[in-house]
Design a protein around this ligand. Sequence first.
Ligand code: ARG
Length: 467
Amino acid sequence: MAESNTDTKSSNQMWGGRFASGPDAIMEEINASIGFDKKLFAQDIRGSIAHATMLAHQGIISAEDKDKIVHGLNTILSEIESGNFEFSRRLEDIHMNIEARLATLIGPAAGRLHTARSRNDQVALDFRLWVKEELEKTEKMLTGLIAAFLDRAEEHAESVMPGFTHLQTAQPVTFGHHCMAYVEMFGRDRSRVRHAIEHLDESPIGAAALAGTGYPIDRHMTAKALGFREPTRNSIDTVSDRDFAIEFLAIAAITGMHLSRLAEEIVIWSTPQFGFVRLSDAFSTGSSIMPQKKNPDAAELVRAKTGRINGSLIALLTIMKGLPLAYSKDMQEDKEQVFDAAESLELAIAAMTGMVRDMTVNTARMKAAAGSGFSTATDLADWLVREAGLPFRDAHHVTGRAVALAESKSCDLAELPLADLQAIHPDITDKVYDVLTVEASVASRKSFGGTAPSEVRKQIAFWRARN
Ligand code: ARG
């Protein structure tokens, strides 16, 4: 798709009536958006076909002109799709590029398409349609990621790993339970996506420049034709609102933050020091100098993409925050932020889904790590409360002394001889050893949402039913 940049100083064919000359080269450069908004060509053509059809239905243009317009627009659609369309920077944006080409193709009838609309409602429409499709795509991709996690969670409902707080060993959990934590996060992200689709499901076309129009248009008809629930209710708000784009970016930022935390865990887990997971060859890279290396580049890039997405959100919030109602040209800067964030988000979700599906989980390493660092100390304290009737605070203190002793002997809690434990508290019996294993620890945590395999399986069933 070539872009021409002729130096002609003739005035604009769309609005040049009151202009004696064309724009300065710099004006043209700062003003043009065709370089990025050409991405909206399909939405622009869909919107124009719906608009022209409505105009004819309402008797505002003739059926004959409408047919010419629709035919011409379909021709343009195939020209653009097949790469046979010459985009021109002189024509500023996608709307005027298409309209100018329509005039060449069908002559004066093309001039009737812009009746009862403005580029302000036109761009609001095109961009909303685009963001809506992107949200629908995101929803599907999140469903895929959730499905990948559900499979891994099912497979590892019993696999014990250390649970961390402050990245210090806290209590044993199962890998299945850890996977299900991400299912909850991405599930919330997906429901945010669904809400955003509901919010933006109103058709802007017919708001015209900002005040509506005197032509007897039917906005309900265009809304329906374009798959919107209803038309927007305030023409001023319609052309000045970019909430739908900001909401997309906010959701992308939150989802990105979740993806980035997961990426960080994968980076940590795949180090030789942790060795909890091994990434597949398909999702890692080697080093050009160190033959032993297998680097988690995909995870690192997912982590980095999040920075970009956050940047886009802040950029658009900043672009919009000082604008008086209604439309200002500042708003043209909305698109690149959203396009860039959408590309980053799609890539990040896809790469993460692949990594989660493909990675090999080293359950032996996880289990060994789960048993170190006195991870069952809370179980010992709970046993003292339950079996010896100690108040929890006293049990905590007794357990602390047992941990200190084990530490001084460089052994684990379960390896302390009974005599040592009884020297710390006489009511301890050999039954205590039953709760000091990591398996007993996780199996005991049957509270709703807890890490016991039986509980994790319930949560998996819950999500399977709604995924
Ligand atoms: N290219 C413009 C944009 O993206 C289209 C709307 C132009 N409207 C105007 N009044 N200049 O915002």
